[in-house]
Design a protein around this ligand. Structure first.
Ligand code: ADP
Ligand code: NA
Length: 327
């Protein structure tokens, strides 16, 4: 295998929405052609905040695997696996925890930002503080060279690099490589209400919404509140349907903008056109997911295969690490 290796993951905290697709998954589907990719359903990471929702975890993991495959991840091109299948990751995390100063974790911006919130929600746990260290174990155990990330994740990758370097330095070894962060173009999808699309705002369209669901969601999008009658000139800049046109119906966006400003197209018609575009994108993913859900054995096989591929590199790394640490 001569391709550069790449690693990324997602927490199984619920069904994927269009924002997750645009901001991450669509990109992964491209990357799998260029890199050898490890894609991890990071269930231990889910427990760092959602440790009370364990009854839903199994279903969410299955669902996430279906969403990934339906969106076009190809198990022949990448290793798709469930983090907790690779127990060596937990072992590496434990060993890292012996050598990494607490202050390194306490100064991670996401931790500092969320501290008050964490206390209120009773999730200021040992595991939450250690989240970036677990992530470092995810990445370094695979000997991944490239990590696709958004701007906000850069400090985490920086920590991963520092962890690897400290380990190498302490034990005078070169077991860990220096992974680099590959910044993904910042495509943030607004939700139906113009805020960022997010599970927590309940303003999302599921990646595998049925055609009826797409129509119903698009209908509920917030448009220019000053546009009362059909022929009133509209302001596309305050309309979430228009924001979607720019992303998902780009070749007609200029025309849509002008028609809206002139009042020659009403909001209903504008939304109908958008629903058609979105359905064209979503319907094949929706159909593929129905197929996968009816074939759980296949999906679980994919996860087992992915774990087997990952275990090879994980074992290779851990054999060296154990020897180095005298374990
Ligand atoms: P996490 O697993 O960190 O909790 P989320 O479940 O919020 O992250 O999202 C998973 C992925 O989808 C991340 O890469 C995130 O950047 C991306 N994402 C989430 N919401 C949006 C959005 N509205 N627009 C673009 N990308 C998004
Ligand atoms: Na998030």
């Amino acid at each position: 295998q001569t391709k550069t290796t790449l690693m990324s993951g997602m927490r199984p905290t619920g069904e994927l929405h269009l924002g997750n697709y645009l901001g991450a998954l669509e990109n992964w589907v491209q990357l799998q052609n260029e890199y050898y990719c490890y894609f991890s359903i990071v269930d231990w990471h889910a427990l760092t905040t959602a440790y009370k929702e364990t009854d839903k975890l199994e279903e969410r993991i299955f669902d996430m695997a279906c969403d990934w495959l339906a969106a076009g991840l190809d198990p022949d091109k990448c290793a798709i696996f469930r983090q907790s299948h690779i127990k060596e990751i937990a072992e590496l995390h434990l060993l890292f925890s012996m050598v990494i100063p607490l202050s390194w974790l306490e100064r991670v911006p996401t931790y500092k930002d969320q501290l008050q919130q964490l206390k209120e929600k009773e999730i200021n746990t040992y595991g939450f503080l250690g989240y970036p260290l677990l992530q470092a174990a995810d990445i370094l155990i695979c000997q991944a060279e490239v990590i696709p990330v958004g701007e906000d994740q850069v400090p985490h990758i920086e920590l991963t690099r520092e962890v690897g370097r400290r380990f190498n330095h302490l034990y005078n070894t070169e077991v860990f490589n220096d992974p680099i962060a590959k910044l993904t173009e910042n495509k943030v999808l607004p939700g139906l209400d113009n805020r960022k699309m997010s599970k927590s705002y309940n303003n999302y369209i599921r990646l595998t919404a049925s055609p009826d669901e797409v129509i119903q969601k698009v209908r509920s999008m917030v448009t220019d509140p000053n546009r009362v009658r059909k022929n009133d000139p509209g302001n596309p800049d305050v309309c979430s349907a228009y924001a979607y046109h720019k992303i998902f119906n780009a070749s007609n966006a200029v025309e849509t903008e002008q028609s809206c400003k002139q009042g020659s197209i009403g909001c209903m018609d504008c939304k109908k056109a958008l629903a058609i575009q979105l359905t064209e994108l979503i319907q094949p993913i929706y159909e593929k997911k129905q197929e996968l859900k009816n074939n759980p054995d296949y999906v679980y096989d994919v996860l087992a295969d992915g774990a087997e591929k990952t275990r090879i590199v994980a074992n290779e790394t851990m054999e060296k690490v154990r020897k180095i640490m005298g374990i």
